[in-house]
Design a binder for this molecule. Sequence first.
Ligand code: ADP
Ligand code: MG
Ligand code: ZN
Length: 482
Amino acid sequence: MSWEAVIGLETHVELSTRSKMFCGCPARFDAAPNTNVCPVCLGLPGALPVPNREAINRIMRIGLALNCSIAPRPVFHRKNYFYADLPKNYQISQFDLPVCVDGYLDVGGDHEGRVGIERVHQEEDTGKSTHVGGDGRITAAAYSLLDFNRSGVPLVEIVTRPDIRSAAQARTYAQELRLLVEALGVSDAKLEEGSIRFDANVSIRTGPEAPLGTKVEVKNMNSFRSLERAVAYEIQRQTARLGAGQRIVMETRHWDEEVGVTRGGRVKEGSSDYRYFPDPDLVPMDIDRSWEEKMAALLPELPAQRRTRYEDLGIDAAQAATLAGAGSHLHRLFDDAVRSGAGPAQAGNWVTGEVVAILRRSGKDSLEGSPLSGAHLAELLAMIRKSAVSASAAREVLAGVMSGEGSPGEVAAARDLLQISDTGVLESALAAVIAANPDEFARLRNGERKLIGFFVGRVMRETRGKADPKLAGSLIRDRAGL
Ligand code: ADP
Ligand code: MG
Ligand code: ZN
């Protein structure tokens, strides 16, 4: 029997607003434990929440970038459950009236497809528990520590429809979504720091027409690679079970990165377990057209649009994808360089090639704060075109510019890398070389072409390596009448 995988992803994005979702505390949790807290985010009796307008601005931009409609009157609900890091015993979230509904995100490449977005809703994060002693899990811990700095930090949840069909496509979607969030500038969008987190719902069925199977929710993946591995593992586990005539239990499973398996945990709550009801402390929001239009006008160029624009400039798909990565800032350099007169093809090669290589060598993956400007790059490429520097000298010049030594012209002069492409200067160097090697020159004139290399070498030596070798070669051929 053949099986088809069905996957839906839930993504949590922590917004990088200055303050928390319902109080004025800083939305940063790198401070000393329990210092960014107040009665609201500690859930003290009588404290009242006030929504953060900037968070709503941002969720609207996320929704609009995902082609969603914005609900005119979204409502906050209480999602009730008990946990020590949830001091109110409920999380303020959204239920049947989220801010954004019914969108999609197109993913390209080898795993092309349109992934429907069911909803994008606003909620708040919980505090953070640290279980001390044992293996870090609550069951074996001697005691637990609670830090409420994260309590109430704005969290946006993006829920797809069950439209994803493979582990690789799940990864592609997740990567594209992260790029989008990063380009929107609404979140740090760092997987390693947990500011973007993915949960995968996985089921399998006998074919595209069959009803959906029982799903399992997989958590705890903190890289794109582990997301893909976890989904692939889960598909294979479910296929084996169903193939052996066993049933799939609806549950939450955790990915064990080291062992490479998912493990069953708690039985999954149904939404009725949470006793959702509208939060009586918060009135429905009133989102009018003009607010929505203002947010739409603030949307930057999105990664997919940027890639298409680059491909239209003749950049190949792989380079376009590298350039369009938001966090690296490569696209700014590229765009500025082209604006300053660089050819797109040459600029694309240098940015995705040497610039990335130099960054990597210095342990960086972003141009953030780099002294290299687009104008610099355009200047360097023009120097190469005019043979003012050789290709290898240009790489050295670039490294100098990127370490803050000045403009390409300045670095090339200071490091003595300018090439001599002044015909007059080369002619006189050549004359000296011919005078010193009359026999060789006679043989060259008689057609011994392999001596061209010998003369180029001598001219290079005469000019202490600074002659433009191509130009020197052509002058030698002219003089020898070849
Ligand atoms: P829950 O209330 O359990 O979180 P939802 O219906 O809200 O469930 O769906 C959560 C996610 O699970 C969504 O991304 C949805 O697309 C996905 N999903 C729903 N049913 C299935 C299924 N049978 N197989 C795989 N994914 C599913
Ligand atoms: Mg869920
Ligand atoms: Zn607070």
